[in-house]
Design a protein around this ligand. Structure first.
Ligand code: EPZ
Length: 424
């Protein structure tokens, strides 16, 4: 196993290009199951979760190739793979997002057998809303031996609400929308997620011949079509990676110029950083994060898009730990998603957690020590804290980080961080 070692205290400066969005790429790759003919998708990041998704799709008969221009070509041959309907436990346990093959498989092959994804350290993560939506479209669903088995001869359009206890569901919306595009008649999804990644999937499907309207709102209308064709498509930039690098610039009081950023997808993150005192400017092509100011503490609440994303919560926590004064973070999507606070405390942070809130009394300096990553974004928060901590921070279990950030240590060291990956 590898670990990351950081000598804190180096100001970050320079240019960085943001990769395509992991959370858009995963459902779009799964949606290729629905298409007739090859698709070439640009901007897919080279990270572990994408490699897992490739294995899942190959297992379902997908032919996947890396092309010279960096795009991924995905083909499913109709007729040849009808019997391949299983996403096995071994692969699904590695990545909960693999549940996004459920809708496309059911719709295209009439049956899907997908290992029931378990909970994880960020919370319970049920899939009841996914199943509710697929049932409403006319499928039979049973759960046996840890698998969800869904079947239907032809799905039928209907009106469905995807509202749950914590708002709507991102992957649930992707699953139901993907299943509905080839259904008979019209489907209306109320309380749909409108995250940019869901919008990207809808745009991809429309380019392939689907008829989805209301994209970007909480009501999607999908008129079923008979067939979809392969397309060339470019994935949106990763707003969470961009937000993470913004905080890397902010926490080290540096200056980072970022390329390939959709500021319109980052409105809540940028507003909150400005409230804290970070300067963020854009000239249309580049976004610059610059920070000479004294920062102010802030109160943060994570909510569905366009609110502040839960996937930025740990990174904001790391920043606010270094800002003197009292900040409060309220986590409205995954109320238990605070495991990183215990590791930050080991670095000298003062954080009290009272679910779903964390109260932070910022201290001007953290100190390096050994810390452990519990999930992808927790890992990002710990790396950010390590960049400013006094002394050396050793970050263990970085396989979580590799799931979602491509060569994070290399890219941060190009910006001037003293960070290396070493074998344990
Ligand atoms: C997506 O997960 C993202 N993953 C997560 O990013 C992100 O944190 C999350 O959306 C919220 O924005 C991918 O896109 C691959 P949800 P998803 O269903 O879709 C509850 C990362 O770090 N819920 O929108 O699985 C659920 O428990 C990852 O990149 C139900 O109650 O999340 C949660 O409280 C981590 N029933 C809330 O809804 C359901 O059937 C939102 O979850 C489904 C969800």
């Amino acid at each position: 196993m590898d670990k990351i070692v950081i000598e804190g205290g180096h100001r970050l400066e320079g240019k960085i290009r943001i990769n395509g969005a992991k959370n858009a790429a995963l459902p779009i790759m799964a949606a290729c199951l629905l298409l007739h003919g090859p698709s070439r998708i640009k901007g897919i990041p080279n990270i572990v979760d994408i490699r897992t998704q490739i294995r899942i799709l190959e297992n379902l008969g997908g032919e996947i190739q890396h092309l010279e221009d960096g795009s991924l070509e995905i083909i499913f041959r109709d007729g040849e793979n009808k019997e391949k309907i299983t996403a096995p436990y071994d692969l699904v346990r590695k990545m909960r997002a693999s549940v996004c093959v459920l809708g496309p498989l059911l719709s295209k092959r009439g049956k899907a057998k997908v290992s029931y994804p378990g909970g994880c350290v960020i919370g319970q993560r049920p899939i009841d809303l996914h199943l509710k939506g697929l049932k409403a479209l006319g499928s039979d669903i049973e759960t046996t031996e840890g698998y969800v088995i869904a079947s239907a001869s032809r799905l039928k359009g209907t009106r469905i609400s995807l509202k749950g206890q914590y708002g709507t569901t991102v992957l649930g919306t992707s699953n139901v929308m993907s299943a509905a595009v080839l259904a008979e008649g019209t489907t209306i999804i109320d309380d749909a997620a409108c995250e940019p990644e869901v919008q990207d999937l809808a745009h991809f499907l429309n380019k392939a011949g689907a008829r989805i309207s209301g994209i970007g709102s909480n009501t999607l209308t999908i008129e079923g079509v008979k067939e979809l064709h392969g397309v060339d498509y470019e994935i949106i930039p990763d707003r969470i990676e961009a937000g993470t690098f913004m905080i890397a610039g902010a926490i080290t009081k540096g200056e980072i110029i970022m390329e390939n950023v959709r500021n319109d997808h980052l409105t809540a993150t940028i507003e909150k950083l400005r409230e804290i005192g970070v300067e963020i400017t854009t000239n249309g092509k580049h976004t610059t994060v610059k920070s000479n100011n004294k920062y102010r503490p802030a109160d943060i609440t994570t909510t569905p898009y366009p609110g502040l994303p839960t996937d930025m919560q740990a990174q904001f926590m790391a920043l606010l730990c270094t800002v003197p004064g009292k900040s409060v973070i309220t986590e409205k999507i995954f109320p238990d998603r605070f495991i990183h606070s215990a590791e930050l405390r080991r670095m000298g942070a003062d954080i009290q957690v009272n679910v779903p809130c964390a109260t932070i009394n910022g201290t001007p300096s953290l100190s390096g020590t050994h810390v452990m990553v519990s999930d992808l974004r927790a890992g990002a928060g710990l790396v950010l804290a390590g960049l400013v901590a006094k002394g050396t921070t050793h970050i263990h279990r970085i396989y979580h980080l590799d799931r979602g950030y491509e060569q994070i240590e290399k890219r941060l060291s190009q910006l001037g961080a003293n960070i290396t990956r070493v074998k344990e």
